[in-house]
Design a protein around this ligand. Sequence first.
Ligand code: ZN
Length: 142
Amino acid sequence: MKAVLDHIGIAVDDLAAALAFYTDALGLEVDATEEVPSQGVRAHFVRVGSASLELLEATTEESPIRRFVSRRGAGIHHITLRVDDLAATLARLKAQGVRLVDEAPREGAEGALVAFVHPASAHGVLVELKQERSASRGHHAR
Ligand code: ZN
């Protein structure tokens, strides 16, 4: 299986403070912000080479990000690996007894297909697998 790191999702408690660190202190730039109302999340993407950091800000009380932060504090929430064939990857993982949150690809941001692997099968890490709409593109443009 070929996979590349797409992004690392970071749950933030105080967005202004997080931006002050990543942009002011580190000198990185936010190159896209995306609202995901269904998840109660606003995502701010900070490009780092060919991957991104995704700063996740809760926008509702019921947001999974709010729950995550109140339980565990701010920090790494998930990592996202980009694969060429998500359905085939899921079938392969399933055949190996890997616990999946999503048994089938579902629609993610920017029309991509995504599926989550349960942290119980990924050594405590929530792993998101992602297949871009046009899989032929070698690199994603955001
Ligand atoms: Zn993400």
